[in-house]
Design a binder for this molecule. Structure first.
Ligand SMILES: Nc1nc2c(c(=O)[nH]1)N[C@H]1C(S)=C(S)[C@@H](COP(=O)(O)O)O[C@H]1N2
Ligand SMILES: [Mo]
Length: 527
């Protein structure tokens, strides 16, 4: 063989190996998608491996991911997993050309990784969850074995004539069949998954929210300031921040949804349907929800009008007593369809605040992203210790007896919301013209309310901002300040005072373990 033809034959070999590997990987994922569509979409290999990665991500890295990718963090993770799988497929494909069995075995090994991840998920419903990964791997291994056996050189004829090429036609035929079969399997899988989701979507569209027995108190005039760039008083659902560990948003069918209340001190355990909850007297409240991962000045806070069943009523009916009245359980653990666990202090839930099982958000059924059909909501507590979305279970227990998801990852067991204020306008590094500049934003101190907001320019004195009318202690409050801006660089700093008279601390802390503290500052250059 000449040097050129040997190089060419090497190139062909590498190409064949890479194609065989990628086709095997594609087949594995497509077949897994089909089986997941039949068994349980949440048991698909990318979803379970992604979930396992999320659960094992240290808090610091997770914080970084949220900061760097925001709400696209899950897309980034998915693409990352697919990129890793593609590299593995390339390597196994190349290996399979010389060692067919070893290549196929490698694919099977990945199937076992996926199956193990599936069975280890907190929402795993049984051994059936291993099927998508295993079936996918079997199909992938088979494809790799067959393609690799077709990717062999055609022996040169014995008479010494031209030969030594590749069995191109054999390989291409097998590859073509594989592509069509795998694409069909994947498409069918998507169809089955889509059909389940359509059932849930239809149940949401059919849901008619009852009128509240206790409507939200009318908002006083002047609760909304007319300042360009200020955060709206009510956050539309479409713009409400979303923080959760769900790689795919759970689509729960309202018709089959159940909520079970049980545990320590529950004398009358019960399981509710959605209709049973909706038949009870509902309350409607404006409540500001805050994430513990929100940095000072950050975006993970929103205010909505929620409709729901008072949680304290359900707990009392179940026989639960708060610790202050002799109850044995001091922690309520909420569980969701995706296996998330969140723990709240029972005392807080029964102290008269509007803790609820919410079914409505801004006049609509909850969006799927925000927990349809039912989520928990507790004014004054960060979301991770209170706001369980897609809730299916409420268990009464003790803080000493059980650590929920985030607590096991270094976050505090109890986490009341800290007093915070944020400058929405001007934006950091804005270049407003000298003269009157309207500085404005929001401040929140759920359960205590905001009674004062002050602004400081550089190291100057603190001056009172104008407050919007107060809607209640559980909602944020808009504020604005007319600043007589002079040319040059300036730092604007804000601080709020809560209903107990306490001024928001200037002591900076990180978000871990119980929420960031410190004051929001914005640097601008006045021109
Ligand atoms: N099932 C489930 N519920 C959850 C979470 C989650 O990861 N899974 N995250 C919690 C956190 S950390 C917050 S801040 C709120 C956010 O609610 P939102 O996405 O509707 O804004 O939901 C809480 N409820
Ligand atoms: Mo959160």
């Amino acid at each position: 063989m000449t040097g050129v033809s040997s190089f060419r034959s090497k190139l062909v070999r590498v190409t064949l190996g890479a194609s065989a590997g990628l086709l095997a990987g594609f087949t594995a994922l497509a077949v897994a998608e089909l089986v997941a569509g039949l068994v349980r979409p949440a048991a698909g290999p990318v979803t379970v491996v992604g979930g396992a990665v999320i659960d094992r991500t240290p808090a610091a890295v997770k914080d970084f991911a949220i900061r760097a990718f925001g709400e696209n963090d899950k897309t980034v993770l998915r693409l990352g997993i697919l990129a890793v799988l593609a590299l593995v497929a390339l390597a196994l494909g190349t290996l399979a050309l010389s060692h067919r069995r070893a290549g196929a075995a490698g694919v099977l090994l990945f199937g076992i990784v996926g199956a193990t991840a599936a069975l280890g998920r907190p929402d795993s419903t049984g051994t059936g969850d291993a099927l998508p990964s295993l079936a996918g791997a079997l199909a992938g291994a088979l494809v790799l074995y067959v393609l690799a056996s077709r990717a062999v050189p055609v022996p040169a004829p014995a008479d010494g004539g031209a030969g030594g090429g590749w069995n191109r036609r054999g390989f291409l035929t097998a590859a073509g069949v594989t592509v069509v079969a795998a694409a069909s399997a994947g498409g069918l899988g998507r169809f089955f998954t889509g059909r389940r989701a359509r059932g849930a979507v239809a149940s949401r569209e059919a849901l008619v929210l009852p009128a509240p027995a206790s409507p939200a108190p009318a908002l006083p005039a002047g609760v909304r300031l007319k300042v360009p760039g200020i955060t709206p008083f009510t956050t539309p659902a479409s713009r409400f921040y979303r923080v959760d560990t769900a790689l795919t948003v759970p689509k729960v069918d309202a018709g089959t949804w159940r909520l079970r209340i049980h545990g320590e001190g529950v004398t009358r355990p019960r399981t509710y349907t959605l209709d049973q909850l909706l038949a009870r007297p509902l309350i409607e409240r404006d409540i500001t929800l805050t994430c513990v991962s929100n940095e000072v000045g950050g975006p993970y806070v929103g205010n909505a009008r929620w409709l729901g069943v008072p949680l304290a009523d359900l707990l009392e009916e179940a026989g639960v007593l708060p610790p202050s009245r002799g109850g044995r359980a001091d922690q309520l653990v909420a569980r969701s369809v995706d296996g998330m666990t969140l723990g709240s202090p029972v005392e807080d839930l029964m102290d008269g605040r509007d803790a609820m099982l919410a079914v409505g958000m801004n006049g609509e059924p909850l969006p799927f992203e925000h927990g349809f059909p039912v989520r928990m909501l507790v004014p004054g507590l960060y979301g991770y210790v209170s706001a369980c979305k897609w809730i299916t279970g409420i268990e009464l227990t003790a803080f000493d007896a059980y650590d929920p998801y985030w607590v096991r990852r270094g976050w505090a067991r109890e986490a009341p919301v800290k007093t915070q204020s944020r400058i929405d306008t001007p934006k950091p590094f804005a270049r407003p013209a000298a003269g009157t500049v309207v500085v404005a934003g929001v401040a929140w101190a759920q359960r205590r309310g905001v009674t004062r907001v002050q602004i400081r320019v550089d190291d100057g004195p603190w001056r009172d901002a104008d407050l919007a009318a107060r809607a209640g202690v559980d909602t944020w409050r808009q504020w604005s300040y007319r600043w007589d801006a002079t040319p040059g660089g300036h730092t604007l700093t804000v601080r709020a005072t809560d209903g107990t008279g306490r001024v928001q601390t200037e002591r900076r802390t990180r978000t871990v373990p119980d929420g960031a503290s410190g004051r929001h500052g914005v640097f601008v250059t006045v021109t």
